[in-house]
Design a protein around this ligand. Structure first.
Ligand SMILES: C[S@@+](CC[C@H](N)C(=O)[O-])C[C@H]1O[C@@H](n2cnc3c(N)ncnc32)[C@H](O)[C@@H]1O
Length: 266
């Protein structure tokens, strides 16, 4: 993230998350000499600069707001979206089951709003690299701004390119596909992955699973796994702790496959 959380102290220019309650929260920057305004009044950023994150501030309408150090999921909820973004539950699985770690070289398509890109870039760190492809110019520009806002652009190579013609990189550690027709990209993904590397495909519909598995069988992919993750958020009212009545019932399915040698080494 852009301005480092130096020992947990809010600085001039720090990213901050201002929280009224579970629903009303704002992501902004603490700028000396300026004010934050909302329907519950305003306060001067100078009142919080130099104080630790977790500080409470009172507005001119006597309402308390809490100032937090934003985490990646706070940025993802607030950035402009040009497409459906990946949910954090699915992103966690992509990292853990997709063989992605600090230092990994990862190809991603499509970039969309850059939500998954920012998670991949944060996780591979400065010793790794994310190569992300997008064929829609508007989405590409939105993602570029989002990645800059989140502060992860240094280890991301953005490409405005249709991946149905292939990827420029070879021998990468992992590839993640989240686009309309992954089957036409799977041959190129096979070509660009290192042996043992993992291809992850995110699919919003059930019907696509069979097509992807059939396409995998035309190449030397093995150790194929698929799953769906269901998340239930809880209401935490004292004496009434239970799952929320409403939930996001569906996001998508995840398929993972490793590139292998077909010949047995004897
Ligand atoms: C669902 S969005 C990806 C969302 C992204 N995972 C995120 O978290 O923000 C799919 C994106 O893939 C792009 N796309 C579809 N086909 C493509 C292709 N052949 N080459 C490059 N990008 C493509 C679309 O324009 C769209 O922006």
């Amino acid at each position: 993230m852009k301005v480092s959380n130096d020992k947990g102290i809010i600085k001039d220019g720090s990213d901050i998350l201002i929280v009224l309650d579970e629903r009303k929260r704002w992501l902004t920057r603490a700028i000396s000499g300026k004010q934050f305004h909302c329907h519950k009044g305003f306060f001067d950023f100078d009142h919080i600069i130099g104080k630790p994150y977790g500080t409470k501030v009172i507005t001119n309408k006597s309402v308390y707001l809490t100032i937090y150090d934003p985490i990646p999921s706070d940025f993802l909820k607030q950035i402009p979206h040009s497409s459906q973004i990946i949910y954090t539950k699915d992103a966690g699985s992509i990292l853990m089951n997709g063989g992605i770690k600090p230092g990994s070289r990862v190809i991603e398509a499509g970039t969309g709003s850059g939500a998954l890109t920012s998670i991949l870039a944060t996780y591979v760190g400065q010793t790794g690299q994310v190569y992300t492809y997008e064929n829609r110019e508007t989405a590409f520009e939105t993602a570029k701004e989002n990645l800059s806002r989140i502060g992860v652009e240094t280890n991301v190579s953005m490409k405005l390119k249709d991946v149905s013609t292939g990827f420029e990189e070879k021998n990468v550690d992992a590839i993640v596909l989240d686009l309309g027709d992954p089957c036409i990209v799977i041959p190129h993904a096979y070509e660009s992955l290192k042996y043992g590397g993992i291809l992850t495909v995110f699919l919003p519909t059930f019907n696509q699973i069979e097509r992807v598995i059939t396409t995998f069988s035309e190449f030397d992919f093995d150790d194929i796994k698929a799953h769906e993750l269901i998340k239930r958020d809880f209401q935490l009212k004292p004496h009434a702790i239970r799952p929320n009545t409403r939930m996001i019932g569906h996001t998508g399915y995840l398929i993972f496959a490793r590139k292998v040698f077909k010949e047995v080494d004897q």
